[in-house]
Design a binder for this molecule. Sequence first.
Ligand SMILES: [Zn+2]
Length: 276
Amino acid sequence: MSAKDGEKDPSFVCVHCGAPCTALFRKLSASSIKATTCVNERCQQVVDPYIEREWLLVAIDWILLRPEAYRHVLFNAKKEFPMLESVSWGRALQLTIASCFLHAYLQYEAAKRNSETDATIQEGGGRKTSMILLIVASILDLMIRWWGVSLFVAASSKSRQAQKVKIITTRLFWSFLLPTAFHVTSIFVLIWENSKTTGALGSLLVTGWQCLAVSLVADDVAPGYGKVTAAVGLALGILWRLVFSQIAAVPCLGFEVDLFFPLSEQNKSWPSICLT
Ligand SMILES: [Zn+2]
């Protein structure tokens, strides 16, 4: 930590209530600091106790869906994670492709498990084409939700400053991307047990973390719109998967629910909606 962490930056927040603050701590001497207390009368707690905790503890609280850990990572951890507010398009693309490759691999395994005779998943050349299709589908899935939610937050927010909009959009990007790191764990679990339940649970966890992160970022700029924004992101994902699964037979990685009406008189098959 350094004194620069919070002395002149007005964009830190109290991890408990989300109230803005200008500093996370005050430097008393060369070797001692004093943690800042929240100015919100109903809160008055230390604004960010995580600045003195190990990253493992932050990660555990993130997994346990504690909003305090999310606010620490997305708003206050600027020194440890400078890309939070400014990430280049090149780096964002690299990370998106890496994340979506993991997601596509999980989908590939799901498709292989679901049907041995699935025409889109074959050995040799068919397998390669199919993986590319799944990677493209995963990238579009992420992009549609991110852009859709960013537009919704920009419309809900009163702030029209270009710099502020850029920071919010970047935070939303990380809100969607960071939880997908869990796909690595899902792949290891898949080696141990390649079942529909493990795939669905992993997908549900990632979606839950994304929803909480998106809702906290949205609430910061458009108070009261957090849960609605998370629901918009969820709905966009469901709609996109419904459309794309009809076009390219991309399998659902998470929870799937059958719709109870036929698409047309000729096509009596009932489409499924992919919830997560
Ligand atoms: Zn507070």
